[in-house]
Design a protein around this ligand. Structure first.
Ligand SMILES: Nc1ncnc2c1ncn2[C@@H]1O[C@H](COP(=O)(O)OP(=O)(O)OP(=O)(O)O)[C@@H](O)[C@H]1O
Ligand SMILES: [Mg+2]
Length: 496
């Protein structure tokens, strides 16, 4: 159905693609994987007409095609859900679903026709929203699903999904992978980009790997690969050697504490302490309350009962106060948030400090700031330099830049919410090392993650939440994915 070959794309001196290609057949889900910055998004942007290649060919059903823009690719039956958020917040769900006005020309009739067309597609993806809701009122996950609905309503022959599950909670992600397989069975050709390799093995029939802009594994049968073999193909021989583990002691001393904290509708009588040097996980199903703890610590949720005390004794009454008291908040919700996309990496990486928000409020010279950024770029292995504009970094590198911004501010408490969403496996391991290093330096780390392996990998202990309360604590050796999953789902009676 689709064959791209010899694709080349340079951005200034950077070769984003250098002899890349892929073939996707009717009825298959074809996964495309590779490190952050390997060129995956660039490849699919070329196929979908939003980026013009410097060389190479694209064939559809054996015929060479050239797209001057996205509309032409769409006319050929190619639909893409890109990695960046592409919804229009001030328009309604329906207006977003039919950007070209939908079927028919008469307002009323076409609105009803649009609703009729949209309903089964919304239902298939489990998106329960009013067609007339303004899109900015939807959660990020729902906006992601909305974009997928929009692509499906184009009735495409080729559907391209660039990290479709990176903004979705577990249940929605599972539903989406199911839907994707079903669509392929109906004859669609699906090109599927993801950093979740287990998910790739589940959803795809074939897989291709990009490394440094080249196709290094082309259309391998999924039965012939494993997570390990994919990682090896992605990283090549230059994969990072695991850093030596530093010994770590819980320092005690200045700690963070919640005492009998209640947040209406979210938390009930929650008490916990986290000491310097500790990595404390927060787990729970959607709405269980674990994320409300992060909000309370970051000054975004004001407790109606009890108190939150940061090290040093500050009670965080606003996000600004929390930041000034040394609280960093890193979220994996990176679709355009958390960064000033039109500014350079150094401006982003040093933003907290430059705005005088950090603990010391002292702003070094620009030269020093750029140097600091260079060190962070190196430490986090960000593909890009201090002067690169954030919007031009690949998705995963943007996420690393969000972390860089907070590391630069030298926080005392680091609150992490799904920090490695969209980050490739190699970089994920490195980010975990960095989190451990930060704990070694005496920082207090709170981490929530929809990825249970992440909690098992980095935490000393995990607090499990149900219905706004802590219902379990899993420590050290007992910490496993199964134990967490059981505790999160079990119908424990809430302790009094
Ligand atoms: N508009 C642009 N201007 C300059 N450089 C760009 C631009 N778009 C992409 N690049 C560069 O091209 C390279 C490949 O980026 P691409 O977005 O294709 O990576 P990716 O494989 O999708 O990564 P990720 O997994 O992080 O999303 C990166 O080094 C990126 O910085
Ligand atoms: Mg990408």
């Amino acid at each position: 159905m689709l064959a791209a070959s010899g694709l080349v794309k340079h951005y200034g001196g950077v070769a984003a693609l250098d002899a890349a290609g892929i073939t996707v057949e009717r009825g298959e889900v074809h996964a495309l994987v590779g490190e952050n910055g390997a060129g995956k998004s660039t490849l699919v942007k070329i196929i979908s007409g939003t980026v013009r290649p410097d060389g190479g060919t694209i064939e559809l059903d054996g015929r060479t095609v050239q797209f001057a823009n996205a509309r032409q690719a769409a006319d050929h039956g190619i639909a893409i859900v890109s990695q960046e958020l592409m919804t229009f917040g001030d328009l309604t769900v329906l207006e977003n679903l039919f950007p070209f006005g939908g079927p028919g020309r008469l307002g009323l009739v076409s609105t009803r026709a649009m609703e009729r067309l949209a309903a089964p597609v919304l239902a298939e993806l489990g998106l329960r929203v009013s067609p007339h809701a303004r899109v900015e009122t939807l959660s990020l996950a729902d906006q992601q699903l909305l974009e997928i609905c929009r692509a499906l309503l184009q009735d495409p022959r080729v559907l391209i999904l660039d990290e479709p599950t990176s903004a979705l909670p577990r249940e929605a992600a599972d539903r989406l992978t199911e839907t994707t397989r079903r669509l392929a069975r109906r004859g669609l050709a699906v090109l599927y980009i993801s950093h979740f390799l287990e998910e790739v093995l589940r959803v795809a029939q074939r897989v291709s790997v990009l490394r440094d802009g080249r196709t290094v594994l082309a259309g391998e049968e999924i039965s012939a690969v494993s997570v390990d073999s994919l990682v090896t193909a992605m990283l090549g021989d230059t994969g990072p050697a695991p850093a030596a583990r530093r010994e770590r002691a819980v320092l005690g001393g200045s700690s963070l504490s919640l005492t009998g904290v209640g947040v209406p509708g979210r938390l009930r009588e929650v008490s916990l302490t986290a000491a310097g040097g500790e990595i404390v996980g927060l787990a729970g199903l959607q709405g269980a309350g674990h994320l409300a703890v992060l909000d309370a610590v970051c000054g975004r949720a004001r407790p109606a009962a009890g108190s939150v005390r940061l090290p040093g004794g500050t009670v965080p009454r606003s996000p600004r106060q929390a930041v000034a008291a040394g609280v960093a908040y890193v979220s994996g919700d990176r679709k355009g948030r958390g960064l000033m996309l039109d500014q350079s990496l150094w401006e982003n990486a040093t933003a907290v400090r430059r705005l005088g928000l950090g603990r010391d409020g002292f702003v070094p010279s620009r030269r020093r700031l750029v140097q600091r950024t260079e060190r962070l770029v190196h430490r986090l292995r960000i593909r890009g330099g201090p002067y690169d504009i954030a919007a031009r970094l690949s998705g995963g590198n943007q996420q690393k830049a969000v972390l860089a911004k907070w590391l630069d501010a030298d926080p005392a408490v680091i609150a992490l919410d799904d920090p490695t969403r969209g980050v490739d496996v190699g970089a994920r391991t490195e980010m975990h090392e960095i989190v451990r290093d930060l704990a070694c330096d005496g920082k207090i780390i709170l981490i929530a993650s929809t990825d249970l392996t992440e909690l098992v990998d980095v935490c000393d202990r995990v607090l499990v939440f149900q219905r706004g309360r802590i219902t379990d604590e899993i420590v050290g050796e007992a910490l496993s994915e199964q134990a967490l999953s059981l505790a999160m789902n079990a119908g424990f009676a809430a302790p009094s």
